[in-house]
Design a protein around this ligand. Structure first.
Ligand SMILES: [Fe+2]
Length: 350
């Protein structure tokens, strides 16, 4: 019993009524129940009491000189969190009751005041307030937990992506240090391939996959002797056959890494041709991944437009002419069209 009273003592209730006798009666009833009570004789008086005090419940008369009890309660709901309200009224009017419930009043007590109705109504209101508060806390807690977990998952994903990017950049640099003639080739191919993928409205995922695969598409060249790679002049058939192994070698190196993109397959397919005349598998059209069709066009354009060991740059116009002439034959017609537009209309440069 002592324990129960102590708990109840913590509940503070503000009673607002212009009639002193009513205030007194209600105060007595509720103090007997162990509540802490403050009283106010008007809405203005109530505002002063509300400042700096924390009430769990306000019990307010409706009809008072000056501001009405309903306006006071509206103000309280607006300004203070988590205060429950019960109205006290001389008339039992259902339409008034509806207006009260609409603004969030829990209950109303009609005069003359009956001890049991005050106690029941107050206990109910405080109980309902507790339930609503614990519900709200639970919801807020859940929301916060979901937000926190989502944020940490996102930052983990971001870190992971950065790690993968870093690994791929490092692989790209490794290839390029062995083969100075194609230094920068992979980066430029990756940039052009990414621009084509963006223009073709591929998903962000695919755009990134295209770019990263572009960055290491010639990885397999690390197994080709450097003197063949940098040989000026024509290659022998055997030398050319060695070079043709590089997509497969790159695939073999990458195939067991679980990238979020089909990087190994894109590397494998970057010398396949639209009409099936490419290598290593001679696959054609849609059997070649779209991102690989993009990389192969970017690869050819970059290769023709830049200096090679066996010839100087032929320039971008010759490069675009080559893909234009073979659009729909060796090169995907849509990819070719977008690539040409990028250079001729959108100002793309290497
Ligand atoms: Fe290649």
């Amino acid at each position: 019993m002592m324990q129960a009273n102590q708990t109840k003592n913590r509940k503070s209730i503000l009673i607002v009524d212009d009639e002193e006798s009513i205030r007194q009666v209600m105060q007595n009833i509720l103090e007997m129940e162990g509540y802490h009570i403050e009283t106010a004789s008007s809405a203005d008086d109530a505002r002063v009491r509300l400042e700096g005090n924390s009430f769990q419940l306000i019990l307010s008369d409706i009809n008072m000189p000056g501001e009405s009890g309903l306006d006071l309660v509206r103000y309280v709901f607006d300004k203070y969190d988590n205060i429950a309200a019960i109205m006290v009224t001389a008339v039992d009017d259902p339409s008034l009751a509806e207006a009260m419930f609409e603004i969030g009043v829990y209950d109303y007590i009609t005069k003359p005041i009956s001890r049991s109705s005050v106690i029941i109504s107050v206990k109910n209101a405080l109980h309902r307030r507790e339930l609503e508060l614990s519900n709200k806390n639970y919801r807020d807690g859940l929301e916060k937990m979901v937000t926190d977990r989502t944020t940490s998952l996102q930052s983990l994903m971001h870190q992971l992506r950065e790690t993968i990017d870093g690994v791929i950049q490092t692989i790209a640099l490794t290839v390029e240090t062995r083969d100075p003639y194609t230094a920068g080739h992979q980066r430029r191919v990756a940039n052009l391939a990414r621009a084509i993928a963006v223009e073709m409205k591929l998903s962000n995922e695919s755009v990134e996959g295209t770019y990263l695969a572009g960055l290491i598409h010639d990885l397999g060249k690390i197994s080709i002797p450097a003197e063949i790679l940098s040989k000026p002049g024509r290659l022998t058939v055997n030398e050319f056959n060695l070079i043709k192994d590089h997509p497969r070698t790159g695939f073999d190196i990458l195939k067991d890494i679980k990238f979020p993109w089909p990087i190994a397959n894109l590397v494998l397919q970057h010398h396949e041709r639209y009409d099936g005349s490419g290598y290593p598998n001679g696959i054609s059209k849609d059997d070649i991944l779209l991102e690989a069709r993009i990389i192969s066009v970017a690869d050819v354009v970059e290769a023709i437009a830049s200096h090679r060991p066996y010839r100087p740059s032929l320039g971008i116009d010759i490069a675009l002419e080559e893909i234009s002439k073979n659009a729909g034959i060796t090169y995907d017609p849509d990819v070719t069209k977008i690539c040409i537009e990028l250079f001729k209309k959108k100002g793309f440069t290497f």
